[in-house]
Design a protein around this ligand. Structure first.
Ligand code: NDP
Ligand code: HSE
Length: 336
């Protein structure tokens, strides 16, 4: 029996607790051991929850509980999760997270700490929610130099564009995305493209081994869009890896009618990864929401229990990747 803790009990944290309760057998079969929930770190106690007896507002009790082997973080923001991550790893426990702001900003430090303490640090849910992309890059594509990626990495903005295409207003669509639990605490991170830029930065850090600052990625959101052109305008994250840096951008793009991205609608995410030679792969899935995201978090929990050590596939260091502006000819060359 392996005991884990959850930090944060909102959309994603609640999803993790429910999926862990409901999928005991599948999880045990895949992890090779039963997994139980030992504690939940909350900011405010939720007395009505069926999990109330596991809740604590004091992280020290989790940190010092030798039976808890891992913390799954779903709080959001950077400072509090970073402190929790550092304390978790230093306590010799694995750390898995859905938090792309944390991974994009502090991933290089957390990799180093996880390596020092030889414990897992995993973040499949941080990019694409329920769509697998971190593990394919870490493992399936490990023999291929990746030179171009493009895709839809934000469910909220994609959902809003799809709703506008159906004739609903932008404001109605934002409210619905919030009600469904897709949007960030501050949804401007979604609609202004910042969330997509963070996810692209994580992918680029994994590909290049260098830290990529999301702030260096030219980012344009969807707030000024008046027309979705029959569902063909998509908020795309794109990057072409070069010897001297990377061209990277997040912006609304009129995609080709036969683009794979045209089919990525509503809360779905999709990404195409082009490697050297003619290796081209594509990934699709539900990009946000409690259960899809929890399933990605728990896939990391299963991996961490099966392999309770640090693995440096696609780790990155503190060296900064140079982000280069796109030229018009390159934009034309890299069709989406
Ligand atoms: P929510 O706002 O729904 O949940 C966050 C929870 O964290 C809240 O319950 C909040 O408590 C709690 N919290 C805040 N501060 C603390 C603290 N100091 N100690 C303990 N708990 C705290 O966010 P989400 O679940 O939507 O997102 C969580 C993370 O997952 C974010 O990093 C997000 O980017 C990421 N993510 C979200 C997805 C989604 O579909 N929603 C998909 C993929 C990733 P309180 O209830 O008191 O406010
Ligand atoms: N707010 C994010 C989105 C959550 O809409 O894609 C998933 O990362």
């Amino acid at each position: 029996m392996k005991k884990i803790a959850i930090a944060g009990f909102g959309t994603v944290g609640g999803g993790i607790a429910h999926l862990l309760r409901d999928n005991q057998k599948v999880l045990a079969d895949n992890a090779g051991e039963n997994i139980s929930l030992g504690a939940i770190l909350v900011r405010t106690m939720k007395a009505d929850s069926e999990f109330a007896h596991l809740m604590t507002t004091d992280f020290t009790t989790i940190e010092q509980d030798e039976d808890i082997c891992l913390v799954a973080e779903a709080i959001g923001g950077v400072d509090v999760p970073f402190e929790i991550a550092c304390r978790t790893l230093k306590a010799g426990k694995g750390f898995v997270t859905a938090n792309k702001a944390l991974v994009a900003e502090k991933g290089h430090i957390l990799h180093a700490l996880a390596k020092e303490h030889n414990v897992p640090f995993l973040f499949e849910a941080a990019v694409g929610g329920g769509m697998p992309i971190i593990r394919p890059i870490r493992t399936s594509l490990s023999s291929t130099g990746i030179n171009y990626v493009y895709g839809i990495l934000n469910a909220t903005s994609n959902f809003i564009l799809s709703e506008m295409d159906k004739g609903n207003t932008y404001d109605q669509a934002v409210k619905e995305a919030q009600a469904r639990g897709y949007a960030e605490a501050d949804p401007s991170a979604d609609v202004d493209g910042i969330d997509s830029a963070r996810k692209l930065a994580i992918i680029l850090a994994m590909i290049t081994g260098k830290k990529t600052s999301p702030d260096d990625i030219r980012t344009v959101g969807i707030t000024a869009l008046k027309d979705t052109c029959g569902g063909r305008v998509k908020l795309l994250a794109r990057a072409a890896v070069k010897d001297d840096g990377v061209h990277a951008e997040v912006s609304p793009v009129l995609v080709d009618e036969d683009s794979l991205m045209t089919c990525v609608k509503s809360d779905r995410n999709g990404i195409v990864v082009r490697g050297e030679g003619s290796v081209e792969t594509a990934y699709f899935g539900v990009g946000a929401g409690a259960i899809p995201t929890a399933s990605a978090v728990l896939s990391d929990v299963v991996e961490a229990i099966r392999r309770p050590v640090y693995s440096d596939e696609c780790a990155w260091g503190a060296e900064e990747l140079k982000v280069l502006p796109w030229t018009d000819s390159e934009l034309a060359e890299y069709r989406s």
